[in-house]
Design a binder for this molecule. Structure first.
Ligand SMILES: Cc1cc2nc3c(=O)[nH]c(=O)nc-3n(C[C@H](O)[C@H](O)[C@H](O)COP(=O)(O)O)c2cc1C
Length: 170
């Protein structure tokens, strides 16, 4: 049954979870982001929305690069660590969880192992949208692991992908 209420709508979005990696002045960071998506086919562009107060915001703005590491459904714990602690509070998130990393080939930020997909991105634009900035990134390298399934975020909770539904176009 339908009920009215703007606030209730805010918990009905469904998203992936990306671990956004950044590096500046020799320091690397990781934060969780439910707000990221592909925004252009050719050129291949993605957007990630980052709050201005996040440590990650200044690191991406100043380095001009970021990594988007899409969580598998085995990485909810890494998402929670990345999303509940901040480099601005002096937290070393890397030591709080079982993060495995590998070197990117075209950006300085580390990439996260065990993910569904990893994208190396170079910032081509920044849009100021409300209380978050949209960093538009050109994808300059990418990796996939077909054995992984995506982590889903809905209503403040984590889920794994449900059963496939056939396209009914008859
Ligand atoms: C599941 C989840 C999703 C999140 N999505 C976003 C997001 O899309 N954009 C954002 O700015 N913050 C998001 N956050 C909050 C940041 O990850 C959080 O503020 C983090 O501590 C920032 O870290 P930093 O200050 O070290 O960059 C999310 C947190 C969680 C747990």
């Amino acid at each position: 049954m339908r009920s009215a209420g703007i606030d209730k709508t805010k918990r009905k979005f469904t998203s992936t979870v990306a671990l956004v990696t950044s590096e500046h002045n020799g320091r690397a960071n990781v934060m969780a982001a439910e707000w990221s998506l592909r925004v252009s086919i050719e050129p291949y562009l993605v957007a990630v929305f980052v709050g201005y107060r996040r440590g990650t915001y200044a690191m991406i703005r100043d380095s001009g690069e970021f990594g988007l590491n899409y969580c598998s459904d085995k990485q909810a714990g890494l998402s929670s660590i990345s999303g509940n602690y901040s480099i601005t509070e002096g937290k070393d998130k890397w030591s709080l969880g079982d993060f495995s990393t590998f070197s990117a080939s075209k950006i300085r930020a580390p990439m996260i192992g065990g993910c569904l997909m990893n994208l190396e991105c170079v910032v081509v634009d920044e849009l100021q949208t409300g209380d978050h900035a949209a960093f538009i990134g050109k994808v300059v390298e990418g990796y996939v692991d077909d054995s992984k399934r995506p982590l889903i975020y809905h209503g403040g909770r984590y889920f794994s992908l449900g059963p496939r539904i056939e396209k009914d176009i008859s």
